[in-house]
Design a protein around this ligand. Structure first.
Ligand code: HEC
Length: 98
């Protein structure tokens, strides 16, 4: 019984720890599978951006203080549910896209 509880706990944790592929899935609709597109024809191409630059940008959108091309509100909605840890993971994922 104890073992089962532990196994469930571990399974629960790994379900909650989102990975880059999952976190980036919805982003691809606008930014492209490889982050190679100008989202809605507006954003910069974010492929090749430094991890730190992506993180700063996403945190700015989440806080509602960033609006580079007049569409910051679109990005605010995208990253609103993302925790700081999620932002870090997705930033690393984008940086690693080839
Ligand atoms: C509905 C389309 C859409 C989706 C989905 C979307 N974005 Fe964006 N993204 C945009 C637009 C439009 C901009 C430009 C916003 C502005 O005016 O500052 C942008 C800007 C950005 C920028 C900054 C680029 C720049 O030009 O400064 C980053 C980084 C970014 N998005 C990452 C993401 C990530 C990560 C996700 C997924 C969590 C995501 N986006 C989902 C449309 C989208």
């Amino acid at each position: 019984m104890k073992k089962l509880t532990l196994a469930l706990l571990i399974a629960g944790t790994s379900l909650m720890a989102a990975d880059g592929t999952t976190l980036y899935k919805k982003c691809a609709a606008c930014h492209g599978q490889k982050a190679e597109k100008k989202a809605l024809g507006k954003s910069e191409i974010i492929a090749g951006w430094d991890v730190a630059k992506i993180e700063t940008s996403l945190k700015g959108y989440k806080a509602g203080t960033l609006n580079v091309h007049g569409m910051g509100a679109v990005m605010k909605g995208q990253v609103a549910p993302y925790s700081e840890a999620d932002i870090k993971v997705v930033a690393q994922y984008i940086h690693g896209l080839k």
